[in-house]
Design a binder for this molecule. Structure first.
Ligand code: ZN
Length: 81
C-alpha cells in the first residue's frame, strides 16, 4: 500500500496540479547594473505582468526607473517609456 500512496502523491505534484500562486521562481536580478549577480525568490503570481516592469533585487533601482512595489526579497520597478 505504501507504493500506491507514493504514486498518488507523485501525481498530485505533477505539473498540472500545482497552483501557480504557490510557486516561487528564483530569478537573476535584471537591474542592468554592471557586475550585479543578485538572485532572489519571487512568487510566480507576482511575476506574471512584465510589460514595462522589472523585478530586481531590493534597492537595485536604475536612474529613471520608478519603484512600484517593495518586498522583503525583491523590488518591482517601472521603466520609463
Ligand atoms: Zn541588480
Amino acid at each position: 500500500m505504501e507504493g500506491n500512496d507514493r504514486s498518488a502523491a507523485a501525481q498530485r505534484h505533477g505539473a498540472a496540479g500545482v497552483p501557480d500562486e504557490h510557486l516561487e521562481l528564483e530569478l537573476a536580478c535584471t537591474c542592468g547594473l554592471p557586475g550585479c549577480e543578485e538572485r532572489f525568490l519571487v512568487p510566480s503570481a507576482a511575476y506574471r505582468w512584465t510589460g514595462g516592469r522589472r523585478v530586481v533585487a531590493p534597492g537595485h533601482i536604475l536612474p529613471g526607473a520608478l519603484l512600484v512595489e517593495h518586498h522583503a526579497t525583491y523590488d518591482v520597478v517601472q521603466l520609463p517609456g
